[in-house]
Design a protein around this ligand. Structure first.
Ligand code: SAM
Length: 232
């Protein structure tokens, strides 16, 4: 429902990509996603307190955690999660708990974290809607979910356009509809959502879980992600 093209499970690809990931990702950030990444990091800096429990879900090689720790955030209350052992192995220098798990089945209790980040990972999972529901579930009341993702927005120019084509060709992700994604979060009880403006085919979204009494997060009624011909 969020994207034009379905995707198969991408974990194997990231297993293979891990040694080259930082170099390729740097290119993406330089040409297309840098503004959205900067907006996401600014959000986390603004929202985090010394006592914030933070989950970075789909952490990859640990770029965000490394940045935050270098800026003085304590690693003590951070958790990194990714299903790819090879990506997690590249986080070995980061002194935080690491879990080899998936976004679609987070092994945490409801409301376990003050801050949940998911950076360029939602678009790599076969069912981003299920992943989003799980991410929202583990945010505590008064806490927040910060997302950066490849978005189905117009390219600014040649570099953006080429990056988009390269990513689609590699099959490591796709471009999600920001408005649909925001509507899906809004349909979950107790969440307020806003997009942080940036240009190009990338987006940053902040979803805050209000302090009001909320019911358990259940799967909201929106159209399911449609299977397409050739899908397995
Ligand atoms: C484009 S990388 C982003 C990594 C990191 N967040 C960053 O900012 O560089 C996508 C990550 O999502 C992970 N991933 C793929 N499928 C996943 C899933 N089902 N659940 C959680 N993470 C997943 C991949 O292993 C990979 O590390």
């Amino acid at each position: 429902m969020f994207a034009q093209t379905p995707i198969r499970d991408g974990v194997d690809q990231y297993e293979r990509l891990a040694p080259r990931y930082d170099r390729l990702h740097h290119r993406w950030l330089r040409h297309a996603g840098g503004e959205a990444q900067a907006a996401l990091e600014a959000l986390v800096r603004a929202l985090a307190t010394p006592n914030s429990k933070l989950l970075d879900a789909g952490c990859g090689t640990g770029k965000l955690a490394r940045t935050l720790i270098a800026e003085g955030m304590s690693p003590q209350l951070m958790t990194l999660l990714d299903p790819s052992a090879a990506m997690l192995a590249r986080c070995a220098d980061i002194p935080v708990p690491k879990m080899q798990e998936r976004l679609e089945a987070l092994p945490f209790e409801d409301g376990a974290f003050d801050l949940v980040t998911c950076v360029w990972a939602l678009e790599t999972v076969p069912d981003p809607f299920l992943a989003l529901t799980e991410l929202c579930r583990v945010v505590r009341r008064g806490g927040a979910l910060c997302l950066a993702f490849c978005a189905d927005e117009p390219a600014r120019g040649l570099a953006d356009g080429l990056m988009r084509q390269a990513l689609l060709y590699r099959g490591t992700g796709r471009f999600l509809s920001r408005s649909r994604l925001m509507r899906a979060i809004e349909s979950i009880d107790g969440f307020e959502v806003r997009a942080i403006p940036s240009q190009g085919p990338a987006s940053t979204v902040l979803a805050r879980r209000t302090g009001a009494v909320v019911q358990a997060v259940t799967k909201p009624k929106v159209e399911p992600y449609p299977p397409q011909h050739g899908d397995q």
